[in-house]
Ligand binder design. Structure first.
Ligand code: HEM
Length: 250
């Protein structure tokens, strides 16, 4: 007699893989548990990052006004609000906002990337859509880690001074000159800032979509904004190390 073959894995006695259901967090934390919530958090943290990156780039340009101006500005960031506010009040306030912002941005990006890889590929409407979406998401996955690596080196170089050949506390002008006297460092800064530019371009473009502003009529404005923003930021940042290396700033 032929034995009947089991029709399913359950019938065969094989336990199907069950994911542990995620514990529902209380509102508003529960928003972050969904993919839409994570995209929203990525967009909002991205905007905070864009604001910092813009202010920091504008501050760096003070180097063209000379050592005194730049160092006075850096000192002002630490003494603002004195004598009422404690020393470093603004700087520590910014750090307290930036650190969780960066952690949330990276966590949401990693979660969405992982989910995207696990998901079965869904067909795009046209080949053009496929190419555009693919290029955008692919650049984000390599430009993000490059910017993170850059940030680690950058802090060691110009904030803590361990990677700087001649670091002097409080002398930002001197520290920049000491660092950018090394051409491999300048090449690394330029490359990392170009990667940052690509990241910012796609971030500035897609944040509208993540925030639900998805209107074909404003697509041209979105593209212009993303392009101008990325070009201005990269240009402002890379000008300093190059100007120091070629002797425009001495
Ligand atoms: C060529 C490009 C850049 C130059 C010349 C530069 C210069 C500097 C300098 C001199 C400092 C120390 C300031 C001080 O101690 O008062 C600093 C700190 C910092 N930079 Fe940059 N920077 C550049 C690009 C960037 C980029 C692209 C980012 C972010 C993506 C960034 C993020 C930071 C952060 C987070 C700090 C530490 C601020 C703190 O003290 O908490 N920098 N940078």
């Amino acid at each position: 007699m032929v034995e009947a073959r089991p029709r399913s894995t359950v019938e065969a006695g094989v336990q199907p893989l069950r994911r542990r259901p995620e514990k529902q967090l209380p509102y508003p934390l529960s928003i972050y548990q969904s993919a839409v919530g994570k995209k929203w958090v990525m967009a909002v943290t991205g905007v905070v990052g864009m604001a910092f990156i813009t202010m920091h780039m504008l501050g760096n340009l003070k180097i063209y006004l000379g050592a005194e101006e730049l160092n006075a500005y850096a000192d002002g960031l630490r003494t603002v609000g004195a004598p009422f506010a404690p020393h470093g009040f603004l700087l520590w306030g910014v750090r307290l906002v930036l650190l969780p912002t960066l952690l949330l941005h990276v966590h949401a990006a990693w979660w969405l990337w992982r989910q995207n890889r696990r998901a079965r590929p869904v067909k795009y409407q046209s080949k053009r859509d496929y190419i555009a979406a693919d290029w955008a998401s692919r650049t984000m996955t390599w430009t993000g880690p490059i910017v993170l690596l850059f940030l680690a080196f950058h802090l060691l170089d110009l904030t803590w001074g361990t990677a700087n050949p001649d670091f002097r506390h409080g002398d930002v002008y001197h520290n920049m000159l000491a660092s950018f006297d090394r051409w491999p460092v300048v090449v690394a800064y330029v490359a990392a800032n170009l990667a940052l530019g690509v990241h910012l371009y796609h971030g500035a473009w897609s944040l509208f979509q993540s925030l639900g502003v998805n209107n074909a009529r404003i697509n041209t404005a979105r593209r212009v904004f993303a392009t101008l923003f990325a070009v201005a930021i990269v240009g402002g940042y890379v000008s300093t190390p190059i100007a120091i290396l070629i002797g425009v700033i001495e």
